[in-house]
Design a protein around this ligand. Structure first.
Ligand code: ZN
Length: 408
C-alpha cells in the first residue's frame, strides 16, 4: 500500500472525547474513526488488523472441529420471549418496524441457534453439533467509554457445542480452553483463566482475562499456584486461595474470552431434545464459547504501546514493513523506493510504503512510530550512498544499515 493513496490522516493530538489509550492511539494513527460512543468505523489499516485477528481465531477454531456459519443480526421478538430474555436482557437493543413488528438486534445467538437446531437434531446420531460464527453484535451498553474494550456494536466469535452428555461437553470445553490459549499466544497476549459466575446464560463460567489497568474487571489472583477468580464472584466468600491456601492479590483485567455450559432452560424453551438408543427423550447438553475479536484489538494496543504510539505484534500488524523514503527536491531516489517496494511485495512481504511528497522526515518517522508497524526500513541519500537501507524494529532503539540486496 502506498501511503500517498491512504485517505486517512494521522493526528498529533489526542481526541478530546476519548480517555482510553486504545481509542486515543487507534484514532490518532488512523485505524478507527468514532461515529458515536461505542461505535467505530474500521478504517483501511484497522480492518487489516481486525481481519488478521479474526483469521487467527478462525484457524484455531477450525482446528478443533466446528463448522463456520453466519446467523442473522435481526431477530424476531417471539424468539427472545421464549427464553424470557426479551424483558430480562438489559443490554438488548429492541426495535419496531413500520408494521408494528418488534425485533431484537443480535446481542448473542442462543435463541436463533436453538430454534434452528430443532430442525436438525432429533436423535443421538445427530450429535455432537459444533458451530461458530464471527459476527457483529449489538449491546445497549450504558457505559461505552473504553474505545474497543466496550462497544455498543462490536465483533465477536461465538462457538456453540451440543452433546449427548455433560461429560462429552466437558471434554470439548477443555479442547476449547486449549485453543483459546493458542489464540492468545499468537495475538501476543497472556490470558489468565479466571473462575466466574455465568450471569443470564449459565451458573458458572471460565473467563480469559488479560491483566491491564484499562480493564473493567478485578481479578483475585493467587501468586503461588496461579488460581484466579473474578472479584464479583469471590466477594464475601474466599479470603484465601481454595487450591493452596495462599493469599490473593488483586489486579485489573480485560475479559476477552468467556466459556460456559449453557443452562438447560434454552433447550427446554425450544424443545431441543434427542432420543437415545432406547428411544428415550433427553435434553441436549450445550456449551457456549465467546471471544471478543474487536476487544482483543483494543487490548493489544493497551498492552503493546509506548509514548510514541502502537507497537503491533508481528502476527496482527497491518503490514510487516514500513518502507520510508526520505528525499529532497533535487533527489533522484524516487525510483529506488519504488523498486524496493515492488521487490518486497513481490516476495510476499506486506509493505506500507511512505512515498508521500512534501512530508518531512520528522513527520514520517513520527507517523511510523504512531502506526507501529514492526519493521521500519528507511532509504535516503545517506543510506543509498552506502548502497544500503536503515532498518529498525519498532520495539528497539537501535537501527542497523542493511545492504539493499539483503533487504528481501
Ligand atoms: Zn493458590
Amino acid at each position: 500500500m502506498r501511503q500517498s493513496e491512504l485517505f486517512t490522516k494521522t493526528l498529533r493530538e489526542n481526541p478530546a472525547d476519548e480517555a482510553a489509550i486504545n481509542a486515543r492511539l487507534l484514532i490518532r494513527a488512523g485505524f478507527i474513526h468514532k461515529l458515536q460512543a461505542g461505535v467505530y468505523t474500521y478504517l483501511p489499516l484497522g480492518l487489516r488488523v481486525l481481519t488478521k485477528i479474526e483469521h487467527i481465531v478462525r484457524e484455531e477454531m477450525n482446528a478443533i472441529g466446528p463448522s463456520e456459519m453466519l446467523m442473522p443480526a435481526l431477530h424476531p421478538k417471539e424468539m427472545w420471549e421464549k427464553t424470557g430474555r426479551w424483558d430480562s436482557f438489559d443490554a438488548l437493543f429492541r426495535l419496531q418496524s413500520k408494521e408494528g413488528s418488534h425485533y431484537a438486534l443480535g446481542a448473542t445467538h442462543e435463541e436463533v441457534l436453538y430454534s434452528l437446531l430443532t430442525h436438525y437434531i432429533a436423535s443421538y446420531n445427530d450429535l455432537p453439533v459444533k458451530v461458530y460464527q464471527i459476527q457483529t453484535k449489538f449491546r445497549d451498553e450504558p457505559r461505552a467509554k473504553s474505545g474497543l474494550l466496550r462497544g455498543r456494536e462490536f465483533r465477536m466469535k461465538d462457538l456453540y457445542s451440543f452433546h449427548a452428555s455433560d461429560r462429552e461437553r466437558d471434554d470439548y470445553y477443555k479442547k476449547v480452553t486449549e485453543a483459546y490459549q493458542r489464540i492468545f499466544e499468537r495475538l501476543g497476549l497472556t490470558a489468565v483463566e479466571t473462575q466466574a459466575t455465568g450471569g443470564t446464560f449459565s451458573d458458572r463460567s471460565l473467563e480469559f482475562q488479560v491483566l491491564s489497568q484499562a480493564g473493567e474487571d478485578t481479578v483475585a489472583l493467587c501468586s503461588k499456584c496461579g488460581y484466579a477468580a473474578n472479584k464479583e464472584l469471590k466477594e464475601g466468600r474466599e479470603e484465601t486461595c481454595p487450591q493452596c491456601g495462599s493469599g490473593f492479590t488483586e489486579e485489573r483485567a480485560i475479559e476477552i474470552g468467556n466459556i460456559f455450559p449453557l443452562k438447560e432452560t434454552f433447550a427446554r424453551a425450544f424443545g431441543l431434545h434427542f432420543k437415545d438408543e432406547k428411544g428415550k427423550d433427553h435434553v441436549v447438553s450445550a456449551g457456549c464459547y465467546g471471544f471478543g475479536t474487536s476487544r482483543a484489538m483494543g487490548t493489544i494496543v493497551e498492552i503493546h504501546h509506548d509514548e510514541k504510539g502502537i507497537i503491533w505484534p508481528e502476527n496482527v500488524a497491518p503490514y510487516q514493513v514500513h518502507l520510508i523514503e526520505i528525499k529532497n527536491q533535487k533527489s533522484k531516489i524516487k525510483n529506488v523506493g519504488d523498486k524496493i517496494y515492488k521487490e518486497l511485495t513481490g516476495v510476499g512481504k506486506e509493505v506500507l510504503y511512505d512515498d508521500r511528497e512534501a512530508v518531512s522526515a520528522g513527520e514520517k518517522f513520527a507517523d511510523a512510530d504512531l502506526i507501529g508497524i514492526p519493521t521500519r526500513v528507511v532509504i535516503s541519500e545517506a543510506t543509498l550512498a552506502q548502497n544500503a537501507a536503515e532498518v529498525k524494529q519498532r520495539n528497539q532503539t537501535n537501527a542497523t544499515l542493511v545492504p539493499l540486496k539483503k533487504l528481501r
